[in-house]
Write a protein that binds this ligand. Structure first.
Ligand code: SAH
Ligand code: SF4
Ligand code: F3S
Length: 449
């Protein structure tokens, strides 16, 4: 094997969605094959990579903050800095012009070129030169099909089954940073799942910017997820992010009926007002969305629903916002991610509409919705007190290594005291719920039945 990167230590920081987390694992795998090593400690790294997100202004600002820190480090010693991901793709050369310490830029479809770009930048630096490496071509075909990412936990793994997005919702930058939709061949996906199952992985999450638009020859998403859930050894299958427009009955039947497909659907609403939905280009009306919710609940009323909401999109009035508020109340989501609208460069909304809702009003709408959702989540979690749920043990709780953290089938986080020395990450264990918060259920581990 070629050892181009031998002995160079790379530190990677990841921002953004699960697809970016997954891509970081792909990048690790690609760099490792070329002899690069990795470090958790930025201070002793030869190369610092940031896998970035461009979805909202806040995501950009975080990256600019980190780059400012790196500037000081780069003044003290040799350091190659690379920006990967959606911000690299969206800003391209503009980023290296505004932040000249950046040596390498690589967009989401260009990671195969990364080892060479880094090697070039390192070699130039050794000679006291600077060599900029920029790879930001989008591809209609790249799915990294042959690359097995380095999965971190040993219990839960992600697989990107499709990449890109053709929907062009008017507010969203993703079609520009991730390019056109393309799906991976099912045979390769299933082989990867079998391989993960053989290594002891218990849960697979199928990923895609529009995961349920998956299509490969005569395979659609319902067929794919069923085939993945049928792989022996895999106990749970999740998927994210779906679009409400692609839920044929076969997919709803698969989620409701297959014992190993999790009873949770993330169903991004964005807003509950038809005029704003049209302006956003979401392709469904409030009624069509609510009909889908009813269709899901008619099949099984224990499927947990979660959503994404945007507050203060161009021209949204108070009354129109109240339609969203009432829709959130009516559906009763288990959880919701609620965002202020953030105008993104290149998007249709940035070109055609005016971002005319003030920051103050956007914040106020977000706060009201967050309060509402908190109350709903708390009510839903409280109704679980006294019940026993089956959770997959994922590892130590965030706050204390004396506690375990796991998740229910419906994707609710559970935390409990470690008692039984026989419990290990990767086990399924019954937890009797004794108390709850809006985001977590707490309880005691019962003897396994
Ligand atoms: N493909 C998924 C969404 C991916 S982006 C879907 O269509 O549902 C994740 C979420 O970020 C979106 O659902 C949306 O709520 C939010 N988002 C995207 N662009 C945004 C913007 N410009 N401002 C605020 N929130 C945004
Ligand atoms: Fe963005 Fe819409 Fe595509 Fe989701 S479906 S990634 S919101 S353009
Ligand atoms: Fe962000 Fe790109 Fe994901 S913009 S949300 S990292 S697809």
């Amino acid at each position: 094997m070629e050892k181009a990167g031998a002995a160079y230590k790379v530190h990677i920081e990841t921002f953004g969605c699960q697809m970016n987390e997954y891509d970081t694992e792909l990048v690790r795998s690609l760099l490792k094959a070329k002899g690069f090593a990795f470090t958790e400690d930025r201070e002793c790294a030869d190369v610092v990579l940031m896998n970035t997100c461009a979805i909202r202004e806040h995501a950009h600002n975080k990256v600019y903050g980190h780059l400012a820190d790196l500037k000081a480090l780069k003044r003290q010693r040799k350091l190659v800095i690379g920006v990967l991901g959606c911000m690299a793709q969206n800003l391209k050369e503009e980023l290296t012009e505004t932040v000249p310490i950046v040596d390498v830029l690589a967009g989401p479809d260009s990671y195969r070129r990364l080892p060479d770009l880094l090697t070039g930048a390192i070699a130039a630096q050794e000679k006291g030169d600077v060599q900029r490496g920029i790879a930001v071509d989008l591809s209609e075909y790249e799915t990294y099909q042959d690359i097995m990412p380095e999965q971190a936990t040993g219990i839960t793994a992600w697989i990107a089954v499709m990449r890109g997005c053709d929907n062009f919702c008017t507010f969203c930058v993703v079609p520009y940073t991730r390019g056109r939709e393309r799906s991976r061949a099912p045979q390769g996906i299933i082989r990867e799942v079998e391989h993960l199952a053989a290594q002891g992985y218990k849960q697979i999450t199928l990923l895609g910017q529009n995961v349920n638009s998956y299509r490969f020859e005569d395979w659609d998403f319902a067929r794919l997820i069923t085939a993945v859930a049928d792989v022996p050894g895999i106990e749970r299958v999740r998927f994210t992010s779906p679009h409400p427009k692609d839920f044929p009955p076969a997919l709803l039947d698969a989620v409701a009926g297959h014992p190993r497909i999790c009873k949770h659907i993330h169903l991004p609403l964005q807003v509950g007002n038809d005029r704003i939905l049209r302006l956003m280009g979401r392709t469904y009306s409030r009624k069509e969305y609510l009909d889908l919710v009813e269709d899901i609940r008619r099949r099984r009323d224990d499927i947990a629903l979660t959503t994404d909401i945007i507050c203060g999109f161009c021209t949204e009035t108070e009354e129109e916002f109240l339609d969203t508020y009432l829709t959130v109340q009516e559906v009763g989501y288990h959880a919701a991610f609620i965002f202020k609208y953030s105008e993104r460069k290149n998007t249709i909304a940035a070109r055609k509409y005016q971002d005319d809702v003030s920051e103050r009003i956007k914040s106020n709408r977000v706060t009201r919705l967050v309060e509402l959702q908190k109350a709903i989540s708390l009510r839903k979690n409280r109704s679980m007190i006294g019940q026993t749920v089956r959770v997959l043990v994922e590892g130590d709780a965030k706050k204390s290594s004396d506690q375990w953290m796991g998740r229910t089938d419906t994707n609710i986080t559970a935390v409990w005291e470690k008692r039984d020395a026989g419990t290990h990450p990767g086990d399924f264990t019954p937890i009797k719920i004794s108390h709850v918060s809006a985001t977590t259920v707490f309880g005691d581990e019962l003897p396994a039945r």
